[in-house]
Write a protein that binds this ligand. Structure first.
Ligand code: NAP
Length: 277
């Protein structure tokens, strides 16, 4: 049995679908499983990663876990997984984690690193997936594309290597279903470096109309996002954007090293999600 946590999320949902389609025995964890339409053959269970006691039933009889990184959940999850006899854990970590740093730079890197440390200290066979910026991070642009041809946001020239969630899921499935990935770290990215302005242009090309990215002062964006993003995390996101104007986030070969395929490009991601915009 494979347990998928974050199973209603961008990546976890695809991992679940791929394993279920492959005929694997899969269980999905959600805090509210009754609110979700699950693929057929999937057993859904209630549980909260930050409440280790709630995980015992979910982990019963489980061999491998796809682990969503809920802040602070590392020690509790690890103890529960060891007690249940889990063998393998594939963590959806973050490309922000820096093994060379004395202290992690900001809360995003720090909370992922803490969960990694809990897994390293355990008897579990761990695999860390460290993706760069998700292509799906542009989904909040949809409310702007639905009402016009301009996207207003911070740092037009911030450059990332946006990754399609399907590529992360492909790597996760490989690591969940083989012993060959124990103790390995995978820095994953999309195939190209793109600025926010580039991403807006490509979005427009796929949608068939010119879409421009209009840079607005970062404080205006901070105010807008603060309604739904906690302040320390928001500071961390803004810092990553600011730094990536001068130093683009890296393009890595992590996806291809596992799947043998070039990762899907941003244009493909937009085509796959065009209806959202
Ligand atoms: N976005 C990026 O650019 C980026 C870059 C690098 C790494 N990452 C990593 O990827 C993650 C996002 O992945 P995603 O987009 O697939 O996820 P997502 O769409 O944000 O969904 C995550 C799911 O996790 C579940 N969840 C959240 N807190 C939980 C808890 N305490 N206990 C149990 N389940 C919980 C929720 O499901 P229920 O509501 O059903 O419980 C939620 O639907 C980030 O959090 C980060 O760790 C993201």
């Amino acid at each position: 049995m494979i347990l998928i946590t974050g199973a209603t999320g961008n990546v976890g949902r695809l991992v679940l679908e791929r394993l279920a389609a492959d005929g694997r025995k899969v269980r999905a964890l959600s805090r509210n499983p009754e609110d979700v339409r699950w693929p057929s053959g999937v057993e859904a269970v209630a549980g909260d990663l930050t409440d280790a006691e709630s995980l015992a039933a979910a982990l019963n009889g489980v061999e491998a876990v796809f682990l969503f990184a809920a802040p602070g959940s590392g020690p509790g999850f690890t103890a529960a997984a060891e007690a249940a006899g889990v063998r393998r854990v594939v963590l959806l970590s973050s490309g922000a984690v820096d093994d060379a740093a004395e202290a992690q730079d900001g809360p995003i890197a720090a909370y992922h690193w803490e969960i990694e440390q809990a897994l390293r200290a355990s008897s579990l066979a761990w695999t860390f997936l460290r993706p760069e910026v998700f292509a799906a991070n542009v989904l909040p642009w949809a409310h702007q594309t639905k009402s016009g041809d301009e996207i207003r946001g911070a740092y037009a020239e911030a450059a990332s290597s946006p990754i399609h969630e399907a590529d992360i899921a492909d790597v996760a499935v490989a690591a969940l279903t083989s012993d060959g990935y124990a103790g390995t770290i995978h820095h994953l990215s999309g195939p190209e470096s793109l600025t926010h302005a580039d991403q807006a242009r490509i979005l427009g090309e796929v949608l068939g109309r010119p879409i421009r990215y209009i840079e607005v002062p970062v404080e205006a964006v901070r105010q807008q996002m603060s309604a739904h993003v906690p302040a320390p995390i928001l500071d961390s996101i803004i810092k990553i954007w600011a730094e990536s104007v001068e130093t683009p986030r890296p393009v890595t070969d992590g996806v291809e090293a596992v799947t043998g395929q070039r990762p899907r490009d941003f244009r493909t991601w937009v085509r796959d999600h065009a209806e959202a915009f």
